[in-house]
Design a protein around this ligand. Sequence first.
Ligand code: SF4
Ligand code: SF4
Length: 561
Amino acid sequence: MSKFNIDGKDIEFKPGQTIIEAARDNGIEIPHFCWHPKLSVSGNCRMCLVEVEKMPKLVIACSTVAAEGMVVYMDSDKAISARNAVMEFFLINHPLDCPICDEAGECKLQDYAYQHSTGESRFVEEKTHKDKRVELGPNVMFDGDRCISCSRCIRFCDEVAKDAELTFVKRGDRVTITTFPGEQLDNPYAMNVVDICPVGALTNRDFRFKARVWDMAHTNTICNGCARGCNIEVWTRNNEVLRLVPRYNEEVNSYWMCDHGRLNTFKFINAGDRIDGPHMRVEGNLIKVGWDEAFAKAASNLKAFGKDEIAFLGSAYATVEDNFVAAKFAKSVLGTGHLDFVRHIDPTFGDEILRNEDVTPNTKGAELAGVAPSKNGFDFNGIVKAIREGKIKALYVLEDDILNDNLELENVLAKLDLLIINASNFNKTSALADIVFPAATYAEKNGTFVNFQGRVQRIRPALATNDVDRALEGMSMSRLDKFGTKYDRWAQGKHFDARSSWKILVGLASAMGQKLKYNMAEEVFYDISNSIDAFKGLDYDVIAELGVQLKSVNLKSTVKI
Ligand code: SF4
Ligand code: SF4
């Protein structure tokens, strides 16, 4: 492989790579604002100026192609002094309002100002002033004073979202960005511009002024908005989710996520309709009861039916672990083969970028976990027909508001003698349920989802529930030390009384006189990897941060991002 030298270190590069790309691949970060690995090169910020031997002038590392034997200096006096000068220019008209800026703490301009500035400005004239608090679209606010005209946001709309909504107007120190006449920044991926804006010029209208980033904790997990399974970070404070941001995974979502996933997949977690503790219907109303009482009632009610009179629905919203235990519970505890789950497909949601028409995170995982009718059992349509005919009298529904997009089912569910559900929030289905177990959300539990490509990925608890052994769930003892800080961040704020669905079913099985011996999600997954071929050889450590492509489910993404 070809090599060049940067600050005394020989590094390898691939043909056609620029200096900045090759350096980055070798763990060397050349300061930059406008360059982004997934956008075209614009070369306008000049922050990546480096000195190259035998070249008369400094060059920008983002557009200079690496060559065999090249000798590059990022930290020579000449290069440092150029970067310091670039920073001085950037800061001349910048309002320096970090104390009230949402970007503070995660701002490139702030970081580089510490590294490349004298700490004083020689500029004594009046700064230019531009428009502030401009609503570029429903979800993004623009502050013209803070913009450094890097053009990342414009290029993102043009090149990734494929919807040219932004442009520069005016010239010189008056240049600013705006939407084209009649346009708004409202493409389905618009909020990614907030992430890639290197300063605080573009802010998330949903999150701005809610918290300082250094007061928050973040947890690596997976978006549950569709079958793409974008890798994300859940940002929390005081046991409450405040924002989601994308996490880089080239195999799944690159650096991006859609606005629907970012905005609509976490508010239900702290919503007022969360189910806090088990509930039972008494004289027409759902009332809160203790876990033992709910387990005992559900067990005795279920025992009153013949095996063929009970059906069970798993869920594409629940984890592989939840569905695996659900299938076991249905087949071996209830003894029923009437087992299936509902597919939620919305062709209007899918697109050619990230969004998938399957609006659940784990259809593939529920299938692989064995949530399917036995030989003589009914599938979902069969179950509905059998309820109508009075053959099935009891139904257990796991984490799926099946009435939400199918209101005709209301008459069907009304015919049941017993409806038990696991749900995180009160919903249309819970309005008909006899017993409701409070299910932990995807942000409160350990587990796995399998995306539409057949990639198994980890979700992790970002929030605590009342579940006493929450920290143990899915974690080996050796990792508990690392988890100490999470106890601190979980100490304050509302804790809901909810459990993972697999754990609820373990409790109910015990009340029915049968043992499902799982204490942690990790143990359920261990059983999964030993009994389902697709998961063979896997554990949570192997799946790690970026997931693993299941060999027997090799569906390649057709989408270029
Ligand atoms: S708003 Fe941000 S991303 Fe857009 S040009 Fe200005 S600094 Fe760059
Ligand atoms: S594309 Fe799907 S998985 Fe990705 S952020 Fe949007 S809803 Fe979530």
